[in-house]
Design a protein around this ligand. Structure first.
Ligand SMILES: Cc1cc2nc3c(=O)[nH]c(=O)nc-3n(C[C@H](O)[C@H](O)[C@H](O)COP(=O)(O)OP(=O)(O)OC[C@H]3O[C@@H](n4cnc5c(N)ncnc54)[C@H](O)[C@@H]3O)c2cc1C
Length: 540
């Protein structure tokens, strides 16, 4: 196969593949019929010269007349660089059908992206993993979350953080990650998403996204496949203890329907996510080595999507059939701390993502179409012990305190305030009238949110907003809306793991975001695959 990079096409584009085949033919002097099996390897939007927007493609193709290939590679007459192309495939190992003892079946704790993809590799290799998940199966969980958003009644074991699919289920479903393109695991994660029903465009979009509606379908199909491969799911089943003797894992204790049970096992993979604070404490008490890890906190801000589209694409974008625009903003405050936009959700919703009674945390989500008409992201400040003090769980306590204050400030609902009132520290007493409608899943109410963050963090965000408004005119508009608190941007701890990816306890593997080795759906899933491969290499 052959590859050509950086082909630029002007939107709107009806039939992408046909237009690309014609363009390749023109660029190389081939006939359109010569270009065969054209595959889009990458598509990105270049808006640097807005409103003159172009879509940039890397493509691969083969030739109906292979004998013309050499000329294509050697001739420079056509003035475009043509390279040989060989797709990289992830090689699944398939262990020979070795009978395994019941206690050799690995236990995967947590059915989020890390847990599901870890279990998938183990199952493909015939190891019949046991998946235990403290939350409920996806349909029941969806009902629990809907009830919470409508009534404010939280189920602390089945919510936006806990349950089948993990934290990413009620999300924007952004699948881009810093490891994508570089890690064969990350590429395979995207291929698996397509295998389980996601749109093929995630394989080549530079910002792949599937929205919460599509993500749920993928998780249901993956569940079925895992069961076909011999995996076993146990919901409402919470790991409470690891049974360890002489530094070696011997089994686990878990709670199911309020009853405590034990299971002998030699291998367990902890894919528990960044919100499993109770489990962090118990693992640390049992001697698992961990260290504090920096993270970030802040507030979610909402703007009309139209404003972001105009800022990013320029005038006339409406006629170009472009997706809802996103943004990535960073700023270094005078304090030396970083302020940046996190988990930006174009055409999305702010959501109540709490998991503990009396504590309130927000996040963002969207559906595949990203058509809510509003854009939101978290504007967060990097924090570390200089802010929350020494101690393994000082970061967790800091998060919990912020969430408790947010809960009290909003009297159990999401506290919101207009950006103008926030920076004037003016207690308006109500949400000032504006055409900017809050697009929020969960109960919300006006509160003097400017009282929530400490002065140093408040000042960092204030400073950054001046810079962000320069980059995206209208970003600091008084009518824009703040909602708080965004506290769970990543894990506040890291579980120590060695070269074999095992913890200091033999047979016990820390994995994914909660363990401090991933940030986001794709990188957590990729870490799940990596850990499964490491376990197989060492023990099977
Ligand atoms: C609202 C929201 C939107 C997001 N949007 C995006 C996005 O658009 N793109 C993106 O890349 N990332 C997004 N994220 C982050 C992403 O969801 C996480 O990075 C990812 O899910 C981490 O995967 P994980 O498998 O490591 O952990 P998690 O997904 O957190 O899964 C951990 C699982 O372990 C279970 N568990 C915890 N403790 C126990 C126990 N003791 N026993 C049994 N089970 C247990 C939990 O119930 C949970 O289901 C979002 C997160 C949220 C909350």
């Amino acid at each position: 196969m052959y590859r050509i990079d950086s082909i630029k096409l002007k939107p709107p584009i009806q039939d992408e593949k046909t237009l690309l085949a014609v363009t390749v033919a023109k660029l190389t002097g081939l006939g359109p019929a010569d270009v065969n099996n054209l595959t889009i390897l990458r598509r990105s939007i270049d808006a640097r010269r807005k409103p003159d927007i172009v879509l940039v493609y890397n493509v691969a193709f083969d030739l109906t007349k292979p004998e013309r290939g050499m000329k294509l590679l050697t001739s420079s007459k056509h003035g475009v660089e043509v390279k040989m192309y060989k797709p990289e495939e992830y090689q699944y190992r398939r262990l020979a059908g070795r009978m395994i003892e019941e206690d050799e079946r690995p236990v995967v704790v947590g059915a989020g992206p890390a847990g599901l993809f870890c279990a998938y590799i183990l199952a493909v290799n015939g190891l019949r993993p046991i998946i235990i998940e403290r939350g409920r199966s996806i349909d029941r969980r969806t009902a629990d979350v809907k009830k919470f958003w409508e009534s404010g009644k939280l189920d602390t074991e089945s919510n936006v953080q806990f349950g089948e699919g993990g934290a990413g289920t009620f999300s924007d479903g952004k699948l881009n990650s810093t490891v994508a393109g570089k890690s064969m695991f990350a590429n395979e994660v995207l291929k698996c998403f397509v295998r389980f029903g996601a749109d093929k465009s995630i394989l080549y979009s530079n910002k792949p996204h599937i929205g919460t509606d599509e993500l749920k379908r993928v998780i249901i199909n993956m569940h079925k496949e895992l069961e076909n491969l011999g995996a076993e799911f146990h919901f409402e089943c919470k790991l409470t203890r690891c049974i360890i003797r002489d530094g070696v894992l011997r089994g686990i204790r878990y709670k199911k329907n309020g009853e405590s049970r034990e299971r002998a096992c030699r291998y367990a993979i902890l894919c528990i996510g960044h919100s499993a604070r109770d489990t962090f404490y118990s693992l640390s008490m049992e001697g698992m080595l961990m260290e504090p890890k920096a993270f970030a906190v802040g507030l979610r801000v909402q703007h009309p999507q139209e404003l972001i589209n105009r800022d990013q694409y320029g005038a006339g974008y409406e006629r170009k059939n472009l997706p809802a625009a996103d943004y990535k903003l960073t700023y270094k405050a005078a304090s030396g701390r970083g302020v940046y936009s996190f988990c930006m959700c174009p055409g999305g919703y702010i959501v109540n993502a709490s998991s503990e009674e009396g504590h309130l945390a927000v996040n963002g989500m969207s559906y595949m179409k990203r058509d809510s008409g509003w854009a939101n992201s978290a504007i967060v400040v990097s924090v570390d012990k200089s802010i929350y003090g020494e101690g393994l769980f000082a970061g967790v306590s800091f998060q919990r305190e912020l969430e408790m204050n947010a809960y009290n400030l909003g009297q159990g609902s999401i506290p919101v305030e207009r950006v103008g009132d926030y920076f004037k520290c003016a207690d308006a007493g109500h949400l000032s009238k504006s055409a900017y409608t809050p697009m929020i899943k969960g109960k919300y109410r006006y509160a003097p949110l400017h009282e929530l963050l400490s002065k140093p963090l408040y000042n960092d965000i204030r400073e950054a907003f001046t810079d962000f408004d320069r980059k995206l005119p209208g970003f600091a508009n008084d009518e824009a809306l703040f909602a708080g608190v965004e506290s769970r941007t990543s894990s506040p701890i890291r579980m120590i793991r060695g070269e074999s990816l095992e913890s200091n306890i033999e047979g016990l593997y820390p994995c994914g975001e909660g363990a401090g080795y991933a940030g986001g759906i794709t990188s957590a899933a990729a870490d799940g695959m990596k850990v499964a491969e490491a376990l197989i290499t060492k023990y099977f």
